[in-house]
Design a protein around this ligand. Structure first.
Ligand code: SAM
Length: 284
C-alpha cells in the first residue's frame, strides 16, 4: 500500500467469494473509496466489515470529482476506485479519472479480479487467441443493425455485453444481419446460482431464448464466432505457417482439416487457400 496512489480495484460480478485478499486489504486501508453507486457498494463493503468512507464517481460527475481526487492525492492520501461489479472502466466509469490522475503525475495501480468479458470467454469454447470486445450494442434498432453490419466481416471472436430486456431484439438483429451459420455462446448470470451457457448457431440460440423466459433475465455476455475468411483471402501469418507445415507432410484436405482444428478457422477457407498456393507454386 502506498500513499498518493489511485488503486483500480476489481470487485465480484456475482459471487462475493471472488473478491481477492489484496482487494480487501486495499479497500480497508485507503483513505477514501470512489464508487459508481455508493449505496450499492456500501452493501459489499459492509459484508466485509470495511468502513472506509465512500464518494460517488459516476458518468455524470466524473470530471468534477476527478479534480477533488487529484487534490486528495496531492495531500498525500490514497484512493480506491470500484464500480458496481467487476473491473472499473470496462463498460463502467473511470476513464476520465484515470487520465486526470496520470496527467497530474500520480500513480495508478490496478488490482486485477473479476471481469465478465474474460470470465465468459474462458468458458465459451470459442477461439480466444484474439478477440474483440464491443461493449453494449446501440439501444436503437437502426444503429444496432449498422454496428452489426460493420462487424459482419470481423474474423475474431466478438464479445458483447447485453441487457435482458434487449436480448431478443439483439439476437433477431444478429440473425437478420449475420445469417444462420455463425456460432453464438450466450453466458448468463456467471458465478451466480443460475449461471447458464447456451451455445448453437444464431437461430438455435434465438429459439432457445425465445422459448424460455428465464433466458431473458439476468446479466448476459454474448460471444459471436468470428467471420470465416472469404475464399482467396490471405491467412494471417500464424495460420499460414501452420498450413505450410502441415502441407509438407499431409495431403491438402487433411492439412486444412487439421489446421481448422488448431486455428479455429474455417476448413473450406483453409482448403481454398491451399489450392491457391498450389497454383501459385505451380505444383498443382
Ligand atoms: N465492469 C464490469 C465487468 O468488469 O465485467 C461490467 C459492467 S457493465 C455496466 C454490466 C454488464 O456486464 C452486464 O449488463 C452484463 O452484460 C455483464 N455482466 C456483469 N456481470 C455479469 C455476470 N455475472 N454474468 C453475465 N454477464 C455479466
Amino acid at each position: 500500500m502506498s500513499e498518493q496512489t489511485l488503486y483500480i480495484v476489481a470487485t465480484p460480478i456475482g459471487n462475493l467469494d471472488d473478491i481477492t485478499p489484496r482487494a480487501l486489504e486495499v479497500l480497508a486501508k485507503v483513505d477514501v473509496i470512489a464508487a459508481e453507486d455508493t449505496r450499492h457498494s456500501q452493501k459489499l463493503l459492509s459484508h466485509f466489515n470495511i468502513r472506509t468512507p465512500l464518494v460517488p464517481v459516476h458518468d455524470h460527475n466524473e470530471r468534477q470529482q476527478a479534480e477533488g481526487i487529484v487534490q486528495r492525492l496531492a495531500e498525500g492520501k490514497s484512493v480506491a476506485l470500484i464500480s458496481d461489479a467487476g473491473t472499473p472502466l470496462i463498460s463502467d466509469p473511470g476513464y476520465h479519472l484515470v487520465r486526470e490522475v496520470r496527467q497530474a503525475g500520480f500513480r495508478v495501480s490496478p488490482l486485477p479480479g473479476p471481469c465478465a468479458v474474460v470470465t465468459a470467454l474462458c468458458a465459451a469454447g470459442l477461439p480466444t487467441d484474439r478477440f474483440v470486445f464491443e461493449g453494449f450494442l446501440p439501444a436503437k434498432a437502426q444503429a444496432r443493425i449498422q454496428t452489426l453490419q460493420f462487424l459482419s466481416k470481423e474474423p475474431r471472436t466478438v464479445v458483447f455485453y447485453e441487457s435482458p430486456h434487449r436480448i431478443l431484439a439483439t439476437l433477431e438483429a444478429m440473425v437478420e444481419v449475420l445469417g444462420s451459420e455463425r456460432q453464438l455462446v450466450m453466458a448468463r448470470e456467471i458465478t451466480k446460482t443460475f449461471e447458464t451457457f447456451l451455445q448453437g448457431t444464431l437461430p438455435e440460440v434465438l429459439d432457445l431464448v425465445r422459448n424460455d423466459p428465464n433466458q431473458q433475465k439476468g446479466e448476459i455476455v454474448l460471444m459471436l464466432q468470428g467471420a470465416p475468411a472469404a475464399a482467396g483471402d490471405d491467412l494471417d501469418a500464424a495460420a499460414e505457417q501452420t498450413m505450410r507445415t502441415l502441407m509438407d507432410v499431409l495431403p491438402i484436405s487433411q492439412a486444412a482439416a487439421t489446421a481448422a482444428k488448431l486455428t479455429g478457422l474455417n476448413r473450406k477457407v483453409l482448403y481454398q487457400w491451399a489450392l491457391s498456393q498450389q497454383s501459385i507454386d505451380g505444383s498443382a
